[in-house]
Design a protein around this ligand. Structure first.
Ligand code: C2O
Length: 550
């Protein structure tokens, strides 16, 4: 599957619900000129035939997501234009969402500079957190200590750094020109570039505080077995890198659970499952933002807190120093992904390239950055130490029924929209069967779960399986496991309360390889099963279909 979409995956799209204004209008607005889609498999019909342009964007949004402001400004009556997201207007920052009504607005500055990265000749080299040496650790701890000691109203202070995340994800800003729409960098194609810039400035500030312009953040190497616990550097209670608000049951040597499954497998089994998840997300067409990004947040957060603070909910996630290491690895995956396959290329839409954000730099100057200026880490003076990719070979293997026998047993199909409170199966027609390889290289067969509607303050997870009547038993390392939807809880702007009761989004999962592995490529129909894992009964599904997307 080409394009960044593969990395992002849950994508915006459902036009159905008024609950998610950007997304819905965005779809309808951008669909002019609307074209009928004669080829869409009509097993379940979803409203609105998007134009090809929108289709492609949605795929691209696979990189990030859900109900996103994604890159479009949209007008009140749904007649909006496709526009790059503009940097927010700080003077109109408002109390962000979440029950506690956080004020995470940054200090105001009327002067905004257009950011121009000045190379120093030295690259900052980000290293795996579990492998750093004492000298590095001492510097890192010192830098965070100094950052925490800055006055609270200094935009470079640790508290203000954490607020940056809160402001961009909990509805503190409107989209400029569209007072109805909040700016949301998650679940959208802004996910990767926003967090890259965010870490870049955070890293520069830390380096400046210790007078080291080659200082680099460590990355939490959770994609490798040796990195699949909370890195030790974050666990010393006397260190500035410690955060007491974490799940006490998930301290080392507890192995990270990327699936957040119910069962407690042995550590080795968990490691294998994680590697399979990495393979699927990076190579087969899953979504990094969905998983493992989301589960890692919730797994680290403290279940004794009302909202899984700190890491388990977006407004407070940046208060845990581990956040920046977690995101360094998410960012690294963007880079790794681009090198895996020549088809893995960044979006070229101007609306994406010209989207911009505001950050304070290491000299406390407010700067405006553009997505186009962050596509290669070296454009921002940093790089990642090369480490092994042990998941590269962890392709899943089929578990269940052999060749083409299973999928024809459709009992009574569920009615959509469907409240997902227990397992639901449906037989879907495929748009084309037995496509030649050249065709497959161009277009990914994609399973689309549309109109996923939920309250974003809930943690929601459901898994999607293909071709297994006993899907409840399927594990992430079985080919039948197509992928998961995951929502990390987050709030909404107060102003929009009421309008934003729910968020609506789409999940897209590449299944070309999966169908080959299961020897189903010649079948006209496949059986798809959805199983709710978290937030049972709190998520609605608009429909499920298969399409070919480029
Ligand atoms: Cu901005 Cu990990 O989320």
């Amino acid at each position: 599957m080409g394009g960044m979409s593969q990395l992002i995956s849950p994508t915006l799209s459902s036009p159905a619900s008024p609950a998610c204004p950007f997304q819905r209008r965005r779809r309808s607005q951008a669909s002019a000129p609307r074209r009928p889609r004669a080829t869409r498999p009509a097993v379940i019909s979803c409203e609105s035939g998007p134009s090809e342009r929108v289709d492609r964007r949605e795929v691209l949004l696979g990189l990030g997501g859900m109900c996103a402001a994604g890159g479009l400004g949209v007008g009140r009556r749904g007649d909006a234009l496709a526009l790059p997201i503009q940097a927010p207007n700080l003077s109109e920052c408002q109390t962000a969402g979440t029950s506690s009504g956080n004020n995470c607005c940054p200090p105001y500055s009327a002067t905004i500079l257009d950011y121009k990265f000045t190379p120093t000749g030295k690259l900052r080299v980000r290293r795996p957190a579990h492998k750093v040496d004492e000298a590095y650790l001492a510097k890192y701890k010192k830098a965070v200590e100094l950052m925490k000691a800055l006055p609270a109203d200094d935009p470079r202070s640790f508290a203000q750094q954490a607020n940056v995340h809160c402001a961009y994800c909990d509805g503190a800003y409107d989209q400029v020109g569209f007072p109805d729409l909040e700016l949301q960098v998650h679940n959208s194609w802004l996910f990767f570039p926003f967090h890259r810039f965010y870490l870049h400035f955070h890293e520069r500030i830390l380096g400046k505080l210790i007078g080291d312009d080659s200082f680099a953040l460590p990355f939490w190497n959770w994609d490798a077995p040796a990195g699949m616990t909370i890195p030790q550097i974050f666990t010393d209670p006397s260190s500035s890198l410690y955060d007491p608000l974490r799940d006490p049951a998930h301290q080392p040597p507890e192995v990270l659970d990327m699936d957040l499954g119910d069962a407690a497998p042995t550590p080795q089994r968990q490691i294998d499952l994680n590697l399979s998840i990495m393979y699927r997300q990076m190579r087969r067409g899953g979504s990094m933002e969905n998983s493992p990004h989301g589960p890692v947040h919730v797994w680290v957060g403290d279940p004794r807190q009302p909202n899984g603070e700190n890491m388990g909910i977006f407004y407070s996630a940046g208060r845990d120093p581990i956040f920046y290491s977690h995101h360094a690895n998410v960012d690294r995956m963007w880079q790794v992904w681009k090198k895996l396959n020549p088809r893995n290329v960044d979006f070229t839409d101007q609306d994406w390239l010209d989207s911009s954000f505001l950050f304070y730099d290491e000299d406390a100057r407010l700067v405006r950055v553009k997505v186009r200026d962050c596509l290669d880490p070296e454009m921002l003076g940093f790089t990642y130490q090369k480490v092994d990719l042990p998941w590269l070979s962890k392709r899943a293997t089929p578990r269940a029924t052999p060749a083409g026998e299973s999928s024809s047993t459709s009992s009574s199909p569920p009615d959509f929209p469907l409240t997902l409170s227990s397992l639901a199966s449906i037989t879907l027609k495929r748009p084309k069967v037995s496509r030649p390889q050249a065709d497959k290289d161009k277009q990914e067969e994609t399973l689309v779960v549309d109109g996923i509607e939920f309250d974003p303050t809930n943690c929601v997870k459901f898994d999607v399986y293909v071709d297994d009547t006993d899907a409840g038993e399927v594990k992430p390392d079985d080919s039948e496991f197509a992928g998961s939807f995951f929502n990390v809880p987050h709030g909404r702007g107060n102003k929009k309360k009421g309008k934003m009761e729910a968020m609506t989004t789409t999940l897209r999962l590449g299944i070309t390889d999966l169908l080959e592995d299961l020897k189903l490529d010649d079948d006209d129909e496949i059986l798809v099963t959805l199983i709710p894992r978290r937030g049972k009964g709190k998520v609605k599904i608009g429909g499920v279909r298969i399409e070919l997307s480029s």
